[in-house]
Write a protein that binds this ligand. Structure first.
Ligand code: ATP
Ligand code: MG
Length: 321
């Protein structure tokens, strides 16, 4: 039986915009079950990173939570006292970011930084800390880990830096790892290696993974369930095979058509994602949508349940059978 680990309920996050405020994510509902791999996809500016940061109560300023709540194991994250929140970050939910150079500190050695992750309170003897760091580096496939402890981040390749970041994230034995575009800065071969590594660790540790990506190719291989976002909203949610075999939302169809595939020309979605505060009234996607009708302007469509585990936010779905 599945067990809900993370539940984001009706979360809206506002940022200052021309004429007031605009929502970076809007009435977001998203669940992650224990051990599950969920992908969150969408173009740039759709609200993916905000979705990744919300579970850790790391909303970037000047953003503010207008409504909603994040629950982890049934507890409201916003109500965790400071001390518990620090423990929660890392020991329950850990995060890997897009560009490891921004999250690794260039002036400290790999060993020092992993040591901080292994033992944030500095309670464990140096030798034990180093041993644990070496073990972690070995788990993430860093060759010659003993020597690597002494080097600085800039002395490592991008792929190795990302492995070190993953090692640091795993140090607290989190039950959920949130990876925000973990391979965007890497070339394709290294990307595949990193994704294989995350998948292996997830299986071995029974850890849940929330994978944020704009790359549907990665999604197909490494996610079990997919949440498609546009304009700060979930527009479609389904098991991975259904997203690829029978997408329901025109935006999902557009994302799939823009995937490079042999023997077919690429069809990018027309237009661009508007900036915050400039989405149209009604369905946020309607101005780019090939199926737009006048009804699409009349209010934001509901995210409606199509079958047991499929949801879609489009007034036109199902109308022509
Ligand atoms: N610190 C911030 N200040 C102002 N606006 C922000 C901030 N962070 C996010 N936003 C706005 O919220 C919206 C969602 O941003 P978010 O970073 O979640 O997008 P994203 O899907 O992760 O995009 P990308 O693929 O480019 O990383 C964007 O329109 C963005 O402009
Ligand atoms: Mg982002």
């Amino acid at each position: 039986m599945s067990e809900t680990l993370l539940e984001i309920r009706d979360l809206s996050i506002a940022f200052p915009a021309i004429g007031g405020e605009a929502l970076g994510v809007s009435a977001l509902n998203l669940e992650v079950q224990r051990g599950e791999a969920v992908a969150v996809v969408g173009e740039s500016g759709c609200g993916k990173t905000l979705t990744a940061l919300a579970p850790l109560a790391l909303i970037p300023k000047p953003g503010r939570i207008v409504s909603g709540e994040v629950f982890y194991n049934g507890r409201a994250v916003s109500e965790l006292p400071g001390r518990e929140l620090r423990r929660f970050r890392g020991r329950e939910v850990a995060m890997v970011f897009q560009e490891p150079m921004t999250s690794l500190n260039p002036v400290f050695s790999v060993g020092y930084q992993l040591g901080e992750a292994v033992d944030p309170e500095g309670r464990v003897p140096r030798k034990v800390r180093d041993e644990r760091a070496i073990e972690l580096l070995r788990e993430v496939g860093v060759p010659d880990p003993e020597r690597r402890l002494k080097v600085y981040p800039h002395q490592l390749s991008g792929g190795l830096r990302q492995r070190v970041m993953i090692a640091a994230a795993l140090a607290g034995e989190p039950s959920l790892l949130i990876a925000d575009e973990p391979t965007t800065a890497l070339d394709v071969t290294v990307e595949a290696q990193i994704m294989e590594l995350l998948e292996k660790i997830r299986r071995e540790r029974g850890m849940a993974l929330m994978l944020i990506t704009h790359d549907l190719g990665v999604v197909a291989q490494y996610a079990e369930r997919v949440v498609v976002m546009y304009g700060g909203m979930v527009v479609e949610e389904a098991p991975v095979a259904e997203i690829f075999n029978s997408p329901l939302h025109p935006y999902t169809e557009g994302l799939l058509a823009s995937l490079p595939k042999r023997g077919r020309t690429l069809e990018p979605i027309p237009g661009n994602v508007p900036s915050l505060g400039n989405f149209p009234e009604g369905c946020p996607f309607r101005e780019r949508c090939p199926r737009e009708v006048s009804r699409c302007a009349q209010g934001v469509p509901d995210l409606s349940l199509r079958s047991e585990n499929r949801k879609v936010r489009c007034v036109r779905v199902g109308e022509d059978g």
